[in-house]
Design a binder for this molecule. Structure first.
Ligand code: IMP
Ligand code: ZN
Length: 345
């Protein structure tokens, strides 16, 4: 099976750029700073970026956010952000990913505005499409720790960039520390984005918060991320679970992320099984492959091994993922690419 998951063309729908930066990419970014003569302190922290199994520094999901700040500091210059995006897309391509929706939170840094941040990622995506056969799109993130006025500003930028670059900017998403902020405060901004033609995905149920889970499902996003605490056995209620089952909203599942952030105790008790058995569409994703030391192939492998899924079931999950990509009109092409490779093997 090992080679099978590696060789199967795969779809990535939940990958945060700064959390996806690998150690080799970090080293290249540090070389960029050294070559440009810019003093950079990341060197001292690079070995602290990754989270190993049972890492004693991690007590909950909140502890993980500090790790991403190391990568965020490395992408504070437009040139470095572009390089990080190109290298990360290249890595996904090298392990058989054929379509990716990369997400990232626009930041005002000392060296670029949020608008420049968005434009830099778009530029990198366009450049990478000339070099590799990976179809890449951009989902603009809203951090739930941000003020509503900032979220509104990012939604305005997302709407503008979607108008200008409809083939790249396909959606918006809500992420960040799940213990901070309320979805209901961000709802008007997300409604505006949806009305403007952007698709929406929400990190949902990362912690037990019945009221918010119900509000999110009622909003009917195009997809949700994680969906951990929705089933009653995992901190949800009969009401949250039946709302999800009725809505059939696809769930972006990130197995290793949930284990390393201690949202799930171990792989075998992960809520994937509940979702799969209830016929809720699932998409296997990495979340933050750099921080959690994983890859898209590895996540597929772990899923197959843990839940005893055979090759045909893995292909079925991947073909189904194509139904939920945010880019319009690509479903058939992607499914054909997958079928062509799988028929040859
Ligand atoms: P960036 O948006 O490219 O800077 O990627 C890092 C950001 O993604 C973090 O600061 C968080 O806001 C978000 N993020 C990464 N992993 C998770 C997660 O597991 N839950 C919620 N938010 C996350
Ligand atoms: Zn995430």
């Amino acid at each position: 099976m090992n080679n099978f998951c590696r060789n199967m063309p795969k779809i990535e729908l939940h990958a945060h750029l700064n959390g996806s930066i690998s150690q080799p990419t970090m080293l290249k970014l540090m070389r960029y700073y050294a070559d440009s003569g810019i003093e950079d302190k990341s060197n001292a922290f690079i070995n602290e970026f990754q989270i190993g199994a049972g890492d004693s520094r991690i007590l909950s999901i909140i502890d993980c956010f500090q790790f991403v700040t190391i990568a965020q500091s490395l992408t504070r210059f437009p040139e470095a952000l572009k390089l990080a995006t190109l290298l990360t897309l290249q890595e996904f391509h090298e392990e058989g990913c054929i379509y990716i929706e990369l997400r990232s939170t626009p930041r005002n840094t000392q060296y670029m505005t949020m608008k420049q941040y968005i434009e830099t990622i778009i530029e990198a995506i366009r450049e990478s499409s000339l070099q590799i056969t990976l179809v890449s799109k951009y989902i603009i993130s809203i951090d739930r720790r941000s003020a509503i006025s900032e979220a509104e500003k990012i939604i305005n930028l997302a709407i503008d960039s979607h108008k200008q670059h409809q083939d790249v900017v396909v959606g918006v998403e809500l992420s960040g520390d799940p213990t901070v902020g309320k979805f209901s405060d961000f709802l008007p901004a997300f409604s505006r984005a949806r009305e403007a033609g952007l698709k929406v995905t929400l990190h949902c149920g990362e912690i037990c918060n019945v009221e918010e889970i119900l509000e999110m499902i009622e909003f009917n996003p195009d997809r949700i991320g994680h969906g951990t605490c929705i089933h009653p056995d995992y901190g949800g209620t009969a009401e949250t679970w039946s709302a999800l089952c009725e809505s059939k909203i696809p769930v972006e599942v990130c197995l290793t992320s949930n284990i390393k952030t201690k949202s799930s105790p171990d792989y075998s008790s992960h809520h994937f099984k509940k979702l799969y058995e209830a016929n809720i569409p699932v998409i296997i994703c990495t979340d933050d492959k750099g921080v959690f030391i994983t890859s898209l192939s590895q996540e597929h492998q772990i899923c197959a091994d843990t839940f005893n899924l055979d090759e045909s079931e893995m292909v079925k999950i991947t073909l189904q993922a194509c139904n939920f990509v945010f880019a319009e009109g690509l479903k058939d092409t992607l499914q054909k690419r997958i079928n062509d490779v799988m028929c040859k093997n």
